[in-house]
Design a protein around this ligand. Structure first.
Ligand SMILES: *Cc1c(COP(=O)(O)O)cnc(C)c1O
Length: 420
């Protein structure tokens, strides 16, 4: 049988996959190794996107592949609620150990980031017996009805999908105003005694790699706790070492009541978790939390191998070093190219904010051109930001210097083109 070409597969996609699912790239990927993806025609790409922050440890890590194969041969599924198994218990123990906070913790497993956020809200509401939640401008929490409501950007995420869920209140994020703005929310928008939780991405992902200043989360948590409100850190994109710490909130030295994690947790296997204070996690009645696939044995085996890789292959250190290289290079670009207004992010979660040099407006078209330039020259790049004018890098920690240099020089050439 002849192998299908990119064009043939694209035609099949157009014919059989809903148009609502769009693609950044038209190349159909067949295999991945470290920081390299190969398509069905043998074209290679340097992956600066990591499948949106999922493959932090790189594609096809041998330990993870072995763990998946081994588990798949033994047992693929029972449903943990029906017949429990060891991998889930072991992984929960590990996650309770690697998340911030020196207090008893428990974990809950589900399949996707959005589901983790939904469950964090369910748990927070149950524990506090309060209905409302407070979220932020530029936030991204997923595409289910509740998490879409919590998400800030209208197009493409919310457009046409209303009505939205009630009891979701929004405030400006820490890059714009201090944490005491929350007190203003209590006056103008919602009674604090009705608020179950404040949910924040410590470094906003889809919203544009936005980082609040030092001290911000300390103050925010204090206001939350003074009012009996839980603080939830959505670490789905910023966690798993991406900012140089296991979880980004650790940069502020605070301990969230609940943490949501997914994306790089199981290196591509669908797995997400809520981890938090045992007292809060245990509030829900038996049977109140669950799902058919949550904490699937293969996904848990993959995540256990992932955590081993972090420990034994120094992934945090690699992330820090990668971040330093990216920041150093981006600083030279900020000097060189007027279109680069700022460098945003933390550690290796770093992006460039692009603005039109004449008008000062967000340069969304140019950002798109840059993404295309990268793709046309063998680099998978992604944009983000509510204005679509941030080029972000989610480079696998294991990228070689040579691959990184090649990818960065492609990006630099693209910047030179759009800067003209
Ligand atoms: C990706 C993401 C989600 C949603 O995760 P899915 O697995 O796509 O449902 C939620 N929160 C943040 C911060 C994310 O980056």
């Amino acid at each position: 049988m002849n192998k299908a070409t990119n064009q043939e597969l694209g035609a099949g996609k157009t014919k059989y996959i809903a148009d609502g699912v769009s693609n950044v790239s038209l190349n159909y990927i067949e295999s991945g190794d470290g920081a390299i993806l190969k398509d069905v025609e043998g074209n290679a790409f340097i992956d600066f996107a990591c499948g949106i922050g999922v493959m932090n440890i790189g594609h096809s890590n041998p330990r993870v592949v072995a763990a998946i194969k081994d588990q798949a041969e033994k047992l693929v599924h029972t449903c943990f609620m029906v017949n429990p198994y060891e991998t889930a218990v072991k992984l929960a123990e590990k996650l309770c150990a690697v998340t911030p906070g020196d207090f008893p913790k428990k974990a809950f497993f589900c399949n996707s980031g959005a589901e983790a956020v939904e469950n964090a809200v369910k748990i927070a509401r149950y524990y506090t017996k309060r209905p409302a939640i407070v979220v932020f401008e530029n936030a991204y929490h997923g595409r289910t009805q509740l998490t879409m409501t919590m998400t800030s950007k209208i197009k493409p995420y919310k457009f046409g999908f209303g009505p939205f869920c009630p009891e979701v209140y929004r405030m400006p994020f820490g890059d714009e105003v201090g944490a005491d703005k929350l007190k203003d929310v209590f006056i103008k928008k919602v009674n604090p005694e009705a608020v179950a939780a404040v949910i924040a991405e410590p470094v906003q992902g889809e919203g544009g790699f936005i980082v609040p200043p030092d001290g911000y989360f300390q103050e925010l948590i204090k206001i939350c706790h003074d009012n009996g409100i839980l603080f939830v850190s959505d670490e789905i994109q910023s966690g798993m070492g991406r900012t140089g710490k296991m979880f980004a909130i650790e940069h502020w030295g605070v301990e969230p009541d609940l943490i949501t994690t997914a994306k790089s947790l199981a290196a591509g296997m669908p797995l997400a978790a809520v981890v938090g204070k045992a007292e809060i996690m245990d509030a829900v009645h038996p049977g109140g939390l669950g799902g058919t696939y949550g904490g699937n044995p293969v996904a848990c085996a993959a995540a256990l191998a992932v955590l081993e890789v972090y420990e034994e292959e120094n992934m945090l250190e690699k992330s820090v070093v990668l971040g330093e290289k990216l920041w150093a290079r981006f600083k030279t670009w900020k000097e060189k190219f007027g279109i680069v207004k700022s460098i945003r992010g933390k550690g290796s979660m770093v992006g460039l904010e692009l603005v039109n040099t004449k008008t000062g407006e967000p340069a969304a078209d140019e950002t798109l051109q840059l993404v295309k330039h990268c793709h046309n020259n063998g680099v998978v790049a992604l944009s983000c930001g509510v204005y679509g004018n941030v080029i972000r890098t989610l480079v696998p920690f294991v990228i070689t210097d040579e691959q990184l240099e090649k990818g960065l020089s492609v990006m630099e050439a693209g910047l030179a083109k759009i800067d003209a």
